[in-house]
Design a protein around this ligand. Structure first.
Ligand SMILES: Cc1cc2nc3c(=O)[nH]c(=O)nc-3n(C[C@H](O)[C@H](O)[C@H](O)COP(=O)(O)OP(=O)(O)OC[C@H]3O[C@@H](n4cnc5c(N)ncnc54)[C@H](O)[C@@H]3O)c2cc1C
Length: 396
C-alpha cells in the first residue's frame, strides 16, 4: 500500500496527521521535514522571553515521540527537492525517491528579507522556527538595545515581549501606523501610545534605508528628512512579512499564485496533491497565515483524504494579538479587500472599532485595552457580525 506523505511538521503538518490518524489507522504515513521535527507551537516564539521559557521548554514532543503517537515514519533534516506529480513520487535532498498515494504540502512560509544596503544587512535576524529562535536567544543574551524592522503582528509581538523582558526596544515601520494591514489608524495609534508609555521607541512612516555594522553596534539608517537621532542598536530583528513557499509546487507544474492554489477541499491542480497551512491559498479566501484557518483546513482535508466531500467554511476568526501592553482582538473582514468603513470610539475602557459595509452591516471589528479581554463583550459583537450596525451594543 502506498503511503500518505506529508511534507512539513509545523502546526499544519502535525495537526493534519493527527486528525487523519483518528479515523485511518492502517495506511502507512510518512512525514518529511527539513528541520528536526520537534512539535511546538509557533505562536509561543513571540512570548517566550517574558514567560521565561527556554527554546527547549517550548517543545511539546520530539520527532521520535510524534512518530510513535502517529504510527508514522518521520524523516527529519531532509528537504523534498522535487515532486514528480505524474509518477507520484518525491525526491529528497540526499537523492532518495519515495512514492506516494496522496501528497500533502504543509510547507509554511519564508520570512521576507528587505534588500537593504549596508554592512550589517546580512546580520538581520528573522525568527520563524525553533532553530531561528534558539539563535535569536543566543544572540540577544547579554545585549541591551534591539531594533525591530516591521510593525506588523510579529514585529509588535516581539517588541512587547522584549520590552517586558527588560530590553530597550525600537520599532521601525514603513506605514503611517502600527499593524496597518489589520487595524484602522486610531487603533494603531492606541497601540503606539501604549508602547511609548512603556518606553518602546516607535518610528512610524520610517522605512529603514540601511543597516550598517559598526565596531560593537548597528546603525539603522532612516531617510535624512526624518528624525536624525542616531539609531544605534545591538541586535536587528527583521519582521517584514512572510511569503508562502511555492517554488517546489511551481516546479512540479501545480497552479500557484501568492500561495499554492487549492480548492475548498484543499486539492491542488493535481488531484493526488493537497496543500494546507501557511503555504496554501484557499479558493476565494486567499492565504490566511494564522492558526485558526489552518485548524479549519485540517479538519476538511482529513475528511477529503478519507474520500468524503467537505468544503472549507471559515467562521469569524478573531486574531488575538499578543501585545499585553495593549491587548488587541481583531476580527478582519471575511473577504480580502472588502470595502468597509471604520468608525472608532475610545474611552477609559479602551477602544472599539467597527468596520461597516455599504449595507451598514458589521463586517469587522477591533477591540483594544480592557475591552479586548472582555470575552462577553467580544461574544456579543461576534453575534452581531453581518447584521445591521444599529443593532450593535453600545460602548457602555
Ligand atoms: C513569531 C510568530 C508568532 C505567531 N503568532 C501567532 C498567533 O498568535 N496566532 C496565530 O493565529 N498565528 C500566529 N502565527 C502564525 C502561525 O504560527 C502560523 O500560521 C503557523 O504556525 C503555520 O504553520 P505551518 O505548519 O503552515 O508552517 P510552518 O510551521 O512554517 O511549517 C512548515 C514545515 O515545512 C517544512 N518544510 C518546508 N519546506 C520543506 C521542504 N522542501 N522539505 C521538507 N520540509 C519542508 C519545515 O521544515 C516545517 O516543518 C505566528 C507566527 C510567528 C512566526
Amino acid at each position: 500500500m502506498r503511503p500518505l506523505i506529508v511534507v512539513g511538521t509545523g502546526l499544519a503538518g502535525y495537526h493534519l496527521a493527527k486528525e487523519w490518524r483518528k479515523t485511518e489507522s492502517s495506511r502507512p504515513l510518512i512525514l518529511i521535514t527539513q528541520d528536526q521535527g520537534e512539535n511546538y507551537s509557533k505562536p509561543m516564539l513571540s512570548t517566550g522571553l517574558s514567560k521565561k521559557k527556554s527554546p527547549e521548554e517550548l517543545i511539546m514532543a520530539t520527532a521520535t515521540e510524534m512518530a510513535n503517537s502517529l504510527q508514522a515514519e518521520i524523516i527529519t533534516g531532509s528537504s523534498v527537492v522535487q515532486i514528480d506529480a505524474e509518477q507520484q513520487y518525491v525526491v529528497l535532498s540526499e537523492g532518495t525517491k519515495l512514492v506516494y498515494e496522496n501528497l500533502v504540502l504543509a510547507l509554511g512560509a519564508d520570512p521576507m528579507r528587505l534588500a537593504l544596503p549596508g554592512t550589517g544587512a546580512a546580520d538581520i535576524l528573522v525568527v520563524n522556527n525553533l532553530d531561528d529562535y534558539r539563535r535569536f536567544r543566543r544572540i540577544i543574551s547579554g545585549k541591551k538595545r534591539i531594533g525591530i524592522l516591521g510593525g506588523g503582528l510579529i514585529g509588535c509581538e516581539f517588541a512587547n515581549d522584549l520590552c517586558l523582558a527588560g530590553y530597550e526596544v525600537a520599532i521601525y515601520e514603513a506605514s503611517a501606523w502600527l499593524l496597518s494591514a489589520l487595524l484602522p489608524e486610531q487603533a494603531g495609534r492606541c497601540l503606539e501610545e501604549q508602547f511609548k508609555r512603556n518606553a518602546i521607541n516607535v518610528h512610524c512612516a520610517a522605512p529603514v534605508q540601511s543597516v550598517e555594522k559598526k565596531a560593537d553596534y548597528y546603525q539603522i539608517g532612516l531617510d535624512s528628512t526624518l528624525n536624525d537621532d542616531p539609531h544605534e542598536v545591538d541586535v536587528v530583528v527583521g519582521a517584514t512579512g512572510l511569503r508562502p513557499r511555492i517554488s517546489l509546487a511551481n516546479a512540479a507544474g501545480l497552479t500557484v499564485d501568492r500561495g499554492i492554489v487549492v480548492d475548498q477541499q484543499l486539492r491542488t491542480s493535481n488531484p493526488a496533491i493537497y496543500a494546507v497551512g501557511d503555504c496554501a491559498q484557499v479558493a476565494s479566501w486567499g492565504v490566511l497565515p494564522f492558526v485558526m484557518p489552518l485548524m479549519q483546513q485540517v479538519k476538511v482535508l482529513s475528511r477529503t483524504l478519507l474520500g468524503e466531500s467537505q468544503s472549507v467554511i471559515y467562521p469569524d476568526m478573531p486574531i488575538v494579538v499578543k501585545t499585553s501592553l495593549c491587548p488587541l482582538v481583531i476580527v478582519p473582514p471575511a473577504t480580502f479587500n472588502a470595502a468597509i468603513t471604520w468608525s472608532v470610539v475610545q474611552d477609559d475602557q479602551g477602544l472599539l472599532g467597527t468596520g461597516i459595509d455599504e449595507q451598514c452591516c458589521l463586517q469587522a471589528f477591533v477591540l483594544a485595552g480592557s475591552r479586548a479581554t472582555d470575552t462577553v463583550y467580544k461574544s456579543r459583537l461576534l453575534r452581531q457580525m453581518r447584521l445591521p450596525y444599529s443593532l450593535l451594543p453600545s460602548v457602555q
